[in-house]
Design a protein. Structure first.
Length: 140
């Protein structure tokens, strides 16, 4: 089994290259070598013109790529912002309604505690009155 180390190295390199291709854009679905090759062939209508480019042409291509990346990153930020704001708004409203519900329940319990306290005071007073009447009727 000679060459096993070389095959493992080759597989690692290919896997790393695929990972690099996948990081190009979030919105592109398939980023493999075959799809990239098909995209290049489609862009050139099946004919690939391999020639050396001048420094001016390379500069134009570089500027174009930089502009596209800026547009894509701006688009990503806008989409993230548009998704984040409603989520924050909804979570704040849910939290606020939950807190109001809990406060309402506490207030209801507090009112019922006051009513319960009044009932207990009335019972104690009734017991005292009954005791007083007992002493009055029986004489000390």
């Amino acid at each position: 089994m000679s060459g096993a180390g070389n095959m493992q190295s080759m597989n690692t390199i290919i896997r790393n290259n695929r990972n690099l291709l996948r990081k190009i854009s979030i919105f592109k679905k398939d980023s493999s070598f075959m799809s990239a090759r098909k995209a290049y062939l489609k862009a050139f209508q099946g004919e690939v013109d391999i020639r050396k480019l001048s420094k001016q042409e390379l500069r134009k291509i570089r500027e174009k790529v930089i502009k596209e990346r800026k547009k894509e990153s701006l688009r990503l930020w806008i989409i993230s912002f548009l998704i984040t704001i409603p989520i924050l708004f909804l979570s704040y409203n849910l939290y606020n309604s939950f807190v109001q519900y809990q406060n309402k329940k506490l207030n209801e319990n507090f009112v019922s505690d006051k009513e319960l306290e009044k009932i207990l005071i009335e019972r104690e007073n009734q017991k005292k009155i009954e005791k007083y009447e007992f002493y009055i009727n029986n004489g000390d």
